[in-house]
Design a protein around this ligand. Sequence first.
Ligand code: ATP
Length: 445
Amino acid sequence: MAQAVSVMDKLVSLAKRRGFVFQSSEIYGGLGSVWDYGPLGVELKNNLKKLWWRAMVQEREDIEGLDAAILMHPRVWEASGHVAGFTDPLVDCKICKNRFRADDERIKGKPGEPDAQCPVCGNRGSLTAPRMFNLMFKTFIGPVEDEAAIVYLRPETAQGIYVNYLNVMQSSRQKIPFGIAQIGKAFRNEITPGNFIFRTREFEQAEMQFFVRPGEDEKWFEYWREERMNWHVTLGISRNKLRFHEHSPEELAHYAKRAFDIQYEFPFGWQEFEGIHNRTDYDLSRHQQYSGKKLEYVDGVTKERFIPYVIETSLGIDRLMLVVLVDAYHEEEVAGEKRVVLRLHPALAPIKAGVFPLVNKDGMPEIARRLYDDLRRKMPVFYDDGGSIGRRYRRQDEAGTPFGITVDGQTTQDQTVTVRDRDTLAQERVHLDQVARYLEERLAS
Ligand code: ATP
């Protein structure tokens, strides 16, 4: 466990040092479990979102994109079951004042009973009986803060898709089976957030709802389960650290017929970062009932009417980012020196190449600068002329930059530069005119 903690600590510190992730409102002492993405973090996150969008929307004929608002009519959350049921059982320790979810594995015994022991202070009988706590954030619409003005910050993006399913289907002329995908913020007032960006109160989801004919749901469920796992492997995530976890009947959400989590083996154990759910016709039926609007699908040929079943794929972008960072993080010895390297897939790397003049004289900075200006228009690159070349390489290794390009004495004579590979450390001489092509070829593979 001590080792697990230290890997996370090292990652948190690297993420801050290199500008991936900062604590929200840090100069005010931070805000609990809310994080900001720095210059490299926003690039990495955008790359993940871009790849997801490409695979889920742009490369497919049967999925349309959507960007629904975060604020929705409050009845949406009554229909979805979130007002009544999106709750966690909360337990307090009367002695050390710590707060837990009642299902926290560290609690010994039944909270509220005399022999239950607090996992933090170790006292017996100090835990309160569980109280239900709704995880939705509330705010008010308009100037009057009364019950009638309550709106919620969405706890999932899915409902924005359900309430737009007819709009999207009719405007895009899709027929079942088809899907709607969207990426957006979601908010949950988690009781026990933590593990860096794993469980936060504000996060981003990439969700896709696939509408199918009842009876074909099981087939599509299997299809999406496989597709989603395969997609993660294309990002370069170690396959042996990925697995499925099927929800037992006790774990299944109220709306689900079947559910699988895709889990990753984090330093703190196997945990979910994407869920594949067979949500049946639950959501659309409830919205039909609560809105009074018909949400049936009419088959153009048979004229049959039915409420479609929905297969959902629900990915947390922040959790995926943690997966990618943990999986890429390596410490190794090179020529007797320790180096930290993020072996990010080139498609994910925030910076694709570092450009370095070996020394700041003899015409080298001018050539390096020209190369940098040329590359910058094609891909994110970074110019660095500060410190020894070894230190500059190590800074880029930590940032996950796949290539380092050095302009040296030989460049001024034969117009070639060295290109260093982050992972193999192999160095090749490439002609200045060929550098952009050399990089583009390797980044595409
Ligand atoms: P958990 O059991 O970890 O609370 P969940 O089962 O409630 O998660 P879902 O409602 O299925 O999660 O949400 C789908 C995805 O959204 C999760 O797999 C996760 O990646 C992401 N997600 C959910 N809650 C959070 C959170 N508080 N912080 C970051 N990501 C989250």
